[in-house]
Design a protein around this ligand. Structure first.
Ligand code: COA
Length: 640
């Protein structure tokens, strides 16, 4: 995941979004592990030039698609107003903006990339926790002691380093989606990147290709330790050596330290101010530097928070841990939410990660997770010969009383977010992708329509619905929005709820809704969606001080981009799933991992909204899947 919807942030300042991928991104790894650290700079550029540039679709075509997409949200009269505005826009200022955008596209490798990074992430001021950072829950580990918790952490660290070595030595083949080669540059921003707070717009510190990082940072009881994980031979140290270092960290942090890390969960401007104060100390600057440049963070957590203990099931308690850490009474001080990857290990076998979204989409993260889960399954790992390694270095912040006050404030603010986020994660076990494919239907589109149906049966109104589609077939491509709510999806939901409709009618509207979704998804994957094009037109208008036309302010535009459903597919082979918060106050997030015979969901809603409930949404989803299968079984294809 999960990218923030610029339209929504402008309209509601609510939330950023996440999502992921997918079995299409399988790693093609040789079985032999290579241990040297080769420069990977060439991957930043090498794979991309051969890829096409993200297109700017013709304005008229986008407007036609847009008009189709807004129909569920307006009545006839409002639609006519929107049509007239679209015509006026197309023949007037729209033409000028289109020309400016096309000019930009000629001069840049990807006309959207920088804009997207800034507007969707770095300029977004809401906390990254809940509003932007997704959690990724790995399969739970059977453990019964702190020693086992730490031992498993050492194994995951080894696996992640193994993944890094493969990246560095170009052992990861360029991925393809169908016939299209995909841009790989995101892979090289996942390990070693950190977001840094600044007023108005944060910064991103990418890995330094000339000085590759060789350390990780371990957190325990809110303490930070710099742990070197590469030996003199230039490759990662052994798992046994990592374990020894972790044990050293744990035994040197028995008392809880002030939760400086909780500041990273603050509103970005608040955090920027605190960061500036902390940076006045040279000692603190060195700690920042160690965190920013480390390959990844490792959080060895203490007991779960009250919220996690009260969670309805184990999937959900792990989702809470990976999303926010449980707040000030949990482990949220044992985090650095600005770090791109922080692995989290709970005392009850919860394993996963929290990731900061700005440098990359979920693909590389999901692929890395698959690699880690596979690697850990190959027990016992052979121990490498002893190699010299440095002892962990305890990193200590100097915390003035002013900062202590800000930490208290951050705790209060985070606790409000934590209290307001309702998560509900579950596995739907009735069937999975195989059944859907057997019906000659697209699994992803099918799940999307189940989500549409669940929303409609709960709320009886169309739910504007965001799904991410990867645009990585283009150089530096990231995502486009699939507008999953369509006239067809609403017709389908209404027919399903119509007691008088026959099974054949229901099945037929289901198939039409799935087709409409698949058609839009195909366009989005080709960079031909509506939302990024409109974003480009609006940003080019701002850059050129051209007033935004009425077209971008009417009911159709506002309602169709107020995404009450923020969804994403993140597929993995293991029993894993991604989770994040909703985009809007009265919305839902729904991330899913469709596997052969089940589908795992991470859903969420806000407790402060009396209309929504993640638990009810999850039940409605289960009912939808059951209904849809029943209808399809009653109406085999041949009968339609
Ligand atoms: N009949 C039978 N099988 C079908 C079918 C049909 N009508 N339609 C599709 N299938 C098959 C496909 O061939 C595919 O088979 P495979 O698993 O053997 O390869 C499988 O079903 C899945 O296809 P589908 O569900 O249609 O699409 P998808 O899994 O490719 O997912 C997107 C679609 C849009 C989610 C995906 O393309 C994408 O963009 N993912 C990335 C999203 C992203 O970037 N997220 C990150 C944001 S942070």
């Amino acid at each position: 995941m999960f990218a923030q919807l610029f339209e929504v942030s402008m309209a509601t300042a609510s939330k950023a979004m996440a999502s992921y991928v997918s079995r299409s991104f399988a790693l093609k790894l040789p079985s032999k592990v290579c241990g040297s650290m080769a420069p990977n700079a060439r991957f930043f550029s090498q794979n991309s030039p051969q890829l096409p540039r993200l297109p700017v679709p013709p304005l008229k075509t986008t407007l036609e698609r847009y008009l189709r997409s807004v129909k569920p949200f307006v009545d006839e009269k409002e639609f006519k107003v929107t049509q007239a505005l679209a015509e006026k826009f197309s023949g007037g200022v729209g033409e000028k903006l289109q020309k400016l955008l096309e000019d930009r596209a000629k001069k840049t490798e990807n006309w959207l990339a920088d804009w997207w990074l800034n507007s969707a992430y770095l300029e977004f001021r809401a906390p990254v926790v809940v509003f932007s950072n997704p959690g990724l829950v790995f399969p739970r580990r059977q453990i019964s002691s702190r020693d086992e918790q730490v031992a498993h952490a050492s194994q995951v660290i080894s696996a992640a380093l193994d993944f890094k070595v493969r990246l560095d030595t170009n052992q990861i083949a360029q991925e393809k989606m169908g016939p299209h080669l995909l841009d790989m540059s995101q892979y090289f921003k996942v390990l070693g990147t950190c977001r840094i707070p600044a007023l108005k717009r944060d910064k991103l510190r990418l890995p330094d290709q000339n000085a590759p990082s060789t350390h990780i940072v371990v957190m325990h009881n809110n303490h930070f330790f710099k742990v070197n994980v590469y030996g003199d031979h230039g490759g990662p140290i052994s798992q046994g050596q990592i374990l020894a270092q972790l044990k050293d960290c744990v035994s040197n942090s028995k008392e809880t330290a002030p939760p400086v890390g909780i500041l990273t969960s603050e509103h970005r401007d608040n955090w920027a101010k605190a960061h500036e104060i902390l940076s006045q100390s040279a000692k603190n600057k060195a700690v920042f530097d160690a965190i920013e440049t480390c390959l990844f963070l490792v959080c060895i957590d203490g007991p779960p928070s009250p919220a996690e203990r009260a969670a309805p099931n184990k999937f959900t308690s792990a989702a809470l841990k990976m999303t926010h850490g449980g707040g000030s009474l949990g482990n949220s001080g044992n985090r650095w939410f600005d770090k791109t990857i922080q692995f989290v290990f709970g005392p009850d076998g919860e394993v996963g990660l929290t990731y900061e979204h700005s440098p990359a989409e979920g693909q590389p993260i999901a692929v890395m997770m698959d690699h880690i889960v596979n690697y850990c399954a190959q027990q016992p790992r052979p121990q490498q010969p002893a190699i010299k390694f440095a002892k962990p270095l305890k990193l200590q912040f100097e915390v003035k009383s002013e900062v202590s006050g800000l930490i208290e404030q951050a705790k209060t603010n985070l606790d409000k977010l934590v209290d307001d986020l309702e998560m509900y994660s579950f596995a739907y076990t009735g069937y999975g992708k195989e059944y859907i494919k057997s019906q000659k239907l697209s699994p992803d589109s099918y799940v999307q329509m189940a989500i549409q149906y669940a929303f409609y049966r709960l709320h009886n109104v169309p739910g504007a619905h965001y799904e991410s589609a990867a645009t990585r077939r283009f150089i530096h491509g990231r995502t486009e929005t699939i507008r999953s709510c369509s006239s067809e999806s609403i017709k389908f939901a209404q027919t399903m709820l119509d007691g008088g409709a026959s099974a054949n009618e229901k099945a037929s509207t289901l198939r039409s809704a799935i087709k409409a979704h698949k058609d839009y998804a195909t366009l989005a994957l080709a960079g031909e969606g509506v939302d990024r094009h409109f974003l480009g037109l609006r940003l080019i208008a701002t850059e050129n001080q051209i007033e935004l036309p009425e077209f971008f302010k009417d009911a159709a535009f506002t309602r169709s981009s107020y995404m009450r459903l923020s969804t994403s597919q993140v597929a993995g082979r293991s029993e894993s799933f991604m989770c994040y918060g909703p985009l809007v106050p009265d919305g839902y997030a729904c991330c899913y991992n469709p596997r052969a015979n089940d589908i795992i969901f991470g859903t969420s809603a806000h407790n402060s909204c009396s209309e929504t409930s993640a638990r009810n949404f999850a039940s409605a989803l289960e009912e939808s899947f059951t209904d849809m299968q029943r209808i399809l079984n009653l109406s085999p294809l041949a009968k339609l």
